[in-house]
Design a protein around this ligand. Structure first.
Ligand code: 5AD
Length: 360
C-alpha cells in the first residue's frame, strides 16, 4: 500500500509531465483507464445558463456581484422549459441547469418548480417514462433546499471546490466566502442522495503543483462521482484582470497542466464521469477534443438561447457565444466524430462509480 506522501509525489510527477514522451505516456495510461472503466461513449448534457444574477463576489468570475458592467438576466420558466423540451426532442439524455448563486426563497422555489415541471413534462413524452436527466449547478444552498431539489427530480449536482487549499481559497474569494461551508455543502449533497460532481480551476494565481495534487486527493476523499475541471481564464472586469499578461505568457503551460489534471483524475478515480469543459477551448481550438483524449468522457454543449449567451461570461473569449443550440449540437457531433468517439444519445450516462458506491 502506498502511503499518502508517496501518493502525492506520484501525482505531482504525473502533473509535471511536459516532454512529448512524458505527456504521451500519461495520456496513454489515462486513455487505457478510461476505455476499461467508462468506455468510448461520450455523454452529452445540454447546458442552460438560465440566469447571471449572483450573490457571490469571487475574484475570478465575470458574473460576480460587483461587476456592474454585466447586464443581469433571468430566463422565464417557459423559456427554460422550451429549451429543455428541445433538448429532449433532440435526444440529449440530460440537461444541466446552471446560474449565478442566489439563496432567496423566490429563487429556490423557482428552481424547485422548474425541475419538477421539466421532469414531469419530459417524462410524459418519454415511452420509458423517465424524462430528462437533470443536473443542477446553482451553488451553495441549505441542506433542506438540496432535499427539495432532489425530491423535485434533479439527480446530479455540480459544485466545484475551486481549490482544495483553504489558504488559496481565501485568496481568490472575498471575506465571507467560506471554504468549510463549501465542503459542508458537498457533504449535504451526498447525504441527500445526489450524484455529486466537483472540480477546480487550473492556473489560478498562486496555485502550485502540490495544490493540484491535493485537489485530486480531495476528489478521492469525498468519493466524487463526477469531475468538472478546466483552466482558469481571466475576465477583464474582475480583480484578477491584472493577471492577464502573466496568464498569456503561461497559456501553453496552463493548457498542458489542465490536460494533465484530467488524465491524473482519470488514472486516480477510474470510473467517474469527467467533463471536457468549455474553458479548454479558450486555450486551444481543439481544446475540448484534447481533454477527451486525456481521459474525459462527458461534454456539455450549450443550449442557452443566443440572446442570453453573451451575458453569461465567466471569463473572456468564451467560445460559441454567437451560436445557437442547433449549431452547437451539430458542431459537437462533428467534433466527436473527428476523434472517433460515439455519442450516448438519449441516455443519462451516469457514472459507473455511482452505481458501484451505492451497491455496497
Ligand atoms: N475561468 C475559468 N472558470 C471559471 N469559473 C468561474 N470563473 C472562471 C474563470 N474566470 C468556473 C468556476 C465555477 C464554474 C461555474 O465556473 O470553477 O465553479
Amino acid at each position: 500500500m502506498m502511503n499518502a506522501f508517496s501518493k502525492t509525489e506520484k501525482l505531482e510527477a504525473m502533473l509535471s509531465a511536459c516532454t512529448p514522451a512524458e505527456t504521451g505516456a500519461l495520456r496513454e495510461e489515462a486513455e487505457k483507464t478510461r476505455k476499461s472503466h467508462v468506455g468510448d461513449t461520450v455523454y452529452l448534457r445540454g447546458i442552460i445558463e438560465f440566469g447571471n444574477a449572483c450573490e457571490k463576489d469571487c475574484f475570478y468570475c465575470g458574473i460576480r456581484k460587483s461587476n456592474s458592467k454585466t447586464e443581469r438576466f433571468m430566463m422565464t420558466e417557459n423559456e427554460i422549459v422550451d429549451c429543455a423540451k428541445w433538448a429532449f426532442a433532440r435526444e440529449y439524455g440530460s440537461i444541466v441547469l446552471q446560474s449565478g448563486e442566489l439563496t432567496n426563497s423566490g429563487f429556490v422555489s423557482f428552481v424547485t418548480g422548474l425541475v419538477a415541471r421539466i421532469k414531469r413534462e419530459t417524462a410524459k413524452a418519454d415511452p420509458k417514462g423517465k424524462g430528462l436527466g437533470i443536473t443542477l449547478c446553482v451553488g451553495e444552498q441549505k441542506k433542506k433546499v438540496y432535499e427539495g431539489f432532489f425530491k423535485a427530480g434533479a439527480h446530479r449536482y455540480l459544485l466545484r471546490i475551486e481549490t482544495s487549499n483553504p489558504e488559496l481559497y481565501k485568496k481568490i474569494h472575498p471575506e465571507g466566502h467560506s471554504f468549510s461551508e463549501r465542503v459542508r455543502c458537498l457533504k449535504s449533497l451526498r447525504e441527500v442522495g445526489f450524484q455529486v460532481g466537483t472540480g477546480v480551476m487550473v492556473g489560478l494565481p498562486g496555485q502550485t503543483i502540490g495544490d493540484l495534487a491535493n485537489d485530486l486527493l480531495f476528489f478521492k476523499s469525498i468519493d466524487a462521482d463526477m469531475i468538472g475541471l478546466g483552466p482558469y481564464a481571466p475576465h477583464e472586469n474582475t480583480p484578477f484582470s491584472s493577471y492577464r499578461r502573466e496568464w498569456l505568457e503561461k497559456k501553453k503551460t496552463i493548457l498542458q497542466l489542465s490536460l494533465n489534471m484530467i488524465a491524473s483524475a482519470r488514472v486516480l478515480l477510474k470510473d467517474v464521469n469527467i467533463a471536457s469543459t468549455t474553458a479548454f477551448d479558450v486555450l486551444h481550438p481543439r481544446g475540448r477534443e484534447l481533454a477527451l483524449e486525456y481521459g474525459a468522457n462527458v461534454m456539455m454543449p450549450s443550449i442557452t438561447p443566443a440572446e442570453f449567451r453573451r451575458k453569461y461570461l465567466l471569463y473572456n473569449c468564451k467560445p460559441c457565444v454567437d451560436e445557437d443550440a442547433e449549431k452547437c449540437r451539430a458542431c459537437h457531433a462533428a467534433r466527436l466524430n473527428t476523434i472517433g468517439r460515439t455519442i450516448g444519445w438519449g441516455e443519462y450516462g451516469d457514472a459507473p462509480h455511482y452505481f458501484r458506491r451505492t451497491r455496497k
